[in-house]
Design a protein. Sequence first.
Length: 247
Amino acid sequence: MERVLPRVLQQHKIDCVIVNGENAAAGFGITPKIVEQLFKAGVDVITGGNHIWDKKEIITFINDEPRLLRPANYPSEVPGRGSIVLTVDTQDSGFEKIGILHLVGRVFMSPSDCPFKTADAEIGKIRSETSTILVDFHGEATSEKRALGWYLDGRVSAVVGTHTHIQTADEEVLPGGTAYITDVGMTGPTRSVIGIEKEIAIKKFLTQMPHRFETAEGPTVLSGVIIETATSGISRSIQRLQISEQF
């Protein structure tokens, strides 16, 4: 990723990079070292998800790094924060503020507060600073992600789904100006089962016995979307991105 991302930024003239990094540590959580590597590569904000606490050292680190987000609809007592407003030096219009909100779904996921009501509260705060807001919705169910997209249409710039690792082909700008995709996909090994060694995953499905997952090797893909927004905060376009190579 460190080799590929700078080329993508230059080619597409990207002003802000948001990465979901909850599986960056060999498939399980993220470490402070990896966080710093991603920032050095050109990433502006890292979102977490349901694996954000997999590496215990992140529990104390996240309080001191506001650009690393955990879901906003986790209990308020847990470390970290669920949103941030960044000031970005854009190539076309100078300095602009961008809000990023991170939410986790409740369908087929561990219990959490309502993402819809949390979005209402958080967006109200963010809009006092900027109308350009991207929501990373980390969820299992397509229906829940789609429902949140429609619920927030016209109130945020984009609702981008993460968690299921497979890029969907339903990207669009909704009628109110909110860019939407159910899942941006995975950056990781392609000859795998969502990043895991395929033989191990198949054996688990066949036997229903616990197995230690290992990250697959081989050819890789960088997946994501490119979203263009207007100064008003509405989105002009959303484009899927996939770069396949050994990196």
